[in-house]
Design a protein around this ligand. Structure first.
Ligand SMILES: CCCCCCCCCC(=O)SCCNC(=O)CCNC(=O)[C@H](O)C(C)(C)COP(=O)(O)OP(=O)(O)OC[C@H]1O[C@@H](n2cnc3c(N)ncnc32)[C@H](O)[C@@H]1OP(=O)(O)O
Length: 184
């Protein structure tokens, strides 16, 4: 992965271990919002990622490239692939049970991804320092050990629910997603 210093954890950054009381290995992670472009089941053209954690620390999901996701004819749009990486990374940091948002996302595109391809996505955390989480993801073609088509590195920033209340529709999140306290 070619990455900048901004997405590289500083020396000594703690790599979190699976949280006590967090999701058990094998748990399917629900969508955080039904209309989310990345994971929403009600989004008509979204990515429909349904993620699970095999070990409580990493996240896996599959994304099948559809007609709505094209850039060049019959090939996935790079921005859509970046969205898939953003979403699976967002799901991996959600394992820590705190709200985070993407601050920076860096993406390497290694292979073209034709319509109809299933990308096998995996994301994990390389360290957390204060509010900053350093994360990484990859997308492999056709199988969990298939050729790597996309790699991403990201810096996510911890926020509180006031972020969503101030800038978005916190009631819509809270109505669907009962893990977060809206007024802690
Ligand atoms: C309820 C669950 C919802 C889950 C949703 C998941 C969806 C999937 C993920 C997404 O797509 S989120 C949507 C896209 N992202 C955004 O809309 C975020 C927009 N940006 C912001 O709201 C603010 O810039 C942000 C909250 C990220 C930071 O603002 P703050 O005022 O809270 O913090 P500050 O600017 O002081 O930065 C905190 C630290 O992070 C660093 N930082 C922030 N943005 C950075 C950046 N872009 N690059 C590098 N470093 C960055 C910053 O330098 C600083 O480092 P230090 O603590 O060492 O001084």
């Amino acid at each position: 992965m070619t990455r900048s210093s901004l997405t590289t954890p500083p020396a000594g950054a703690a790599v979190p271990s699976p949280e006590a009381g967090g999701p058990e290995p094998g748990t399917t992670l629900g969508s955080h919002y039904s209309r989310c472009f990345g994971c929403g089941t009600e989004h008509p053209t979204g990515l429909h990622l349904a993620a699970r954690t095999p070990d409580g620390a990493t996240v896996e999901a599959e994304f099948t490239v559809g007609e709505a996701h094209q850039g060049a004819p019959r090939l996935a749009h790079g921005g859509v692939l970046a969205a898939a990486m953003d979403e699976v990374i967002g799901m991996s940091v959600y394992l820590f049970r705190k709200p985070y948002v993407t601050g920076r996302l860096e993406t390497d595109y290694l292979l073209p991804v034709p319509v109809g391809t299933t990308l096998h996505l995996r994301a994990w955390c390389n360290g957390i320092v204060g509010r900053k989480a350093y994360l990484e993801a990859e997308g492999r073609i056709g199988a969990p050990d298939g050729p790597v088509a996309v790699r991403a590195a990201a810096l996510f920033i911890e926020v509180d629910m006031a972020h969503f209340a101030e800038h978005g529709d916190v009631a819509a999140i809270a109505a669907e997603h009962h893990d977060y306290e809206v007024n802690p």
